[in-house]
Write a new protein. Structure first.
Ligand code: FAD
Ligand code: SF4
Length: 516
């Protein structure tokens, strides 16, 4: 019998440079599908659904033009069972395939589903199956687990330095280029209101047919998409344009304003490359190489702090999060170190809160399916931890709302870095702050009805009382953390009356979350 191979490509596996495509063979059929299952495990932002479907359709079109054979199942196709495994089994049966091949999924949920399916097709259908690497990341799934074996603590910084050395990135004869591994100290400035902020690189795609299909089939979604136009890149060509635009226009100031927040400036100097990267339109190697090329060509335009700071996000944080995900799942997804249990207030889905920082960050998220890192970490994430929301609630919200949210990189950031529900696997201390930090790093407080300087009393900033109450209430779990020594020293200086005022104020805000 001649060979006939069915190859599965998932929606976040659009790596057009994959070695699978080195040869054209009419006996190899690629399968891609839009399925209800993926729209229902969480309620997604409308732009996220549209961007995934448009990028998948483009990928199929481009590869078909190159001569490859594709089976593409649209959401509305009558044969679509809306279930991944069922569709694969139906197609395998109909097509007389002799082999099934797939790219290793990045999500634990899909990995488990495929493992079960493969067992079934190998034992019942007698079709051999094989998984292949996506050829996207610097490290394999289990790299971090191997590296961290036997170590009590394994920090991102250790992981990042090792990868810098292994990959020979920003390494000189004497060690790290410029003498330091990490130039973060230079990257913590608030915006100066002088440096021009270039507009983001956007595109314009008609996503109206997709929205209409979702509506007619009764799929729900969150967020908005102005006039049904999608502005995110949905092809490799567009993703590469986005990369060039970033390197040319935004990278020079990325570092210094990396932690800044500005009202009505949802992008600042951030790259907006996460979606293109996470669905693999572009690779982390080529993103880093583009930055290095520009830096070595014109070191006067790019500071080392900017270039190193950006590379650390991709080579360090992104690979580290993936490694931690595969080292800790499925246990990670149920960790709740502080036993937090509250529900998110309804304004997380409308942005209708009087707290201006949260109003801005949530409104940006609903409008664009995007918020930059500091809004995610120090505004929505910070408040969620201080208010004691259940990590499941917080995870669901982040997983649904962001264009780039795929579980391996969402849950490690949300449950780990932001909610510290892992008790310190990802970050050495909880990322929380009072209104003081937000006031220093943004201009949100200037047009807020709350007073960032007041800890208690009328119009006191909720972040303040909640911040101190958080450390008071979790003293037993946190006071031995050496990175929090200063915080607990400051708490010792508070007199009992002040502590009582703070606790009462925090309690009041917690019992009035909906109306804050
Ligand atoms: P830039 O600021 O330009 O950074 C460049 C790139 O570095 C990003 O595109 C991303 O690929 C990578 N990167 C930066 N920080 C991180 C990080 N902490 N972890 C992994 N990669 C990083 N990122 C996602 O891709 N998907 C998510 O679902 C996601 N959820 C998050 C949830 C929370 C609570 C927090 C605090 C962060 C989350 N991040 C997530 C990380 C980061 O916020 C986004 O990658 C970034 O905001 C995307 O915008 P950008 O492309 O403009 O990033
Ligand atoms: Fe946010 Fe408080 Fe500042 Fe208002 S005063 S914007 S609530 S930090």
């Amino acid at each position: 019998m001649s060979k006939r191979i069915l190859r599965l490509i998932l929606g976040d596996q659009l790596n057009s440079q994959h070695s699978w495509f080195n040869q054209i063979d009419p006996e190899i059929h690629y399968l891609m599908m839009e399925i209800g299952q993926e729209l229902r495990y969480v309620t997604h932002h409308i732009q996220k659904i549209a961007a995934f479907f448009l990028a998948m359709r483009n990928f199929c079109l481009e590869k078909t033009k190159d001569g490859h054979w594709f089976i593409y199942m649209r959401l509305e196709d009558p044969e679509n069972s809306q279930n991944l495994s069922q569709n694969i089994k139906d197609i395998l049966k109909k097509g007389n395939y002799t082999q099934f091949q797939y790219l290793l999924p990045d999500e634990y949920r899909l990995d488990q589903e495929l493992n079960t399916l493969i067992h079934e097709i190998e034992t019942i259908y007698k079709i051999p199956a094989k998984g292949f690497d996506t050829e996207h990341f610097f490290t394999d799934r289990k790299y971090l687990e191997r590296e961290s074996k036997g170590r009590k603590v394994y920090l991102m910084e250790t992981f990042y330095r090792k990868l810098r050395m292994d990959q020979n990135i920003l390494i000189s004869e004497d060690g790290p280029e410029g003498g330091l591994w990490n130039l973060d100290k230079e990257n913590r400035k608030p915006y100066d209101f002088k440096t021009t902020i270039p507009p983001p690189k956007t595109f314009s795609h008609n996503a109206s047919p997709i929205r209409k299909t979702l509506d007619s089939m009764g799929f729900s979604y969150i967020g908005q998409m102005k006039e049904d136009r999608l502005t995110w890149p949905v092809s490799r060509t567009e993703a590469l344009e986005g990369l060039s635009y970033f390197v040319e226009n935004l990278l020079p100031n990325f570092g210094q304003f990396e932690d800044a927040m500005v009202q009505n400036e949802p992008n600042l100097f951030h790259s907006r490359l996460s979606f293109s990267l996470n669905i693999k339109l572009i690779s982390p190697h080529e993103v880093i190489q583009s930055c290095l090329l520009a830096y070595y060509k014109d070191p006067t335009k790019y500071s080392l702090a900017s270039v190193e700071g950006f590379i650390r996000q991709i080579l360090g944080w992104r690979e580290f999060m993936r490694g931690q995900y595969w080292a800790t799942m499925p246990k990670f997804s149920s960790l709740n170190f502080f036993n937090h249990s509250r529900k998110l207030p309804s304004w997380f889905w409308t942005g209708n809160t009087k707290m201006n920082c949260l109003h801005q960050s949530i409104s940006d998220s609903l409008t664009y399916g995007y918020a930059h890192h500091i809004q995610r970490l120090m505004i929505t994430g910070n408040f969620s931890l201080l208010a004691g929301f259940h990590p499941d609630e917080v995870d669901q919200w982040y997983l649904g709302i962001y264009i780039d949210a795929i579980e391996w990189v969402e849950i490690t950031n949300t449950r780990g870095m932001s909610q510290w529900a892992d008790g310190g696997i990802i970050a050495s201390k909880p990322y929380v702050s009072s209104g003081n930090y937000i006031s220093k790093m943004s201009n949100y407080c200037k047009s807020c009805i709350y007073d960032s300087k007041k800890r208690s009393g009328e119009n006191s900033c909720p972040f303040n009382s909640l911040y101190w109450a958080f450390f008071l209430n979790h003293k037993r779990q946190l006071e031995k953390n050496f990175r929090l020594t200063m915080v607990y020293k400051n708490i010792e200086k508070l007199n009992p009356l002040e502590i009582e005022k703070i606790q009462n104020q925090a309690q009041y805000y917690i019992s009035h979350l909906e109306s804050l």
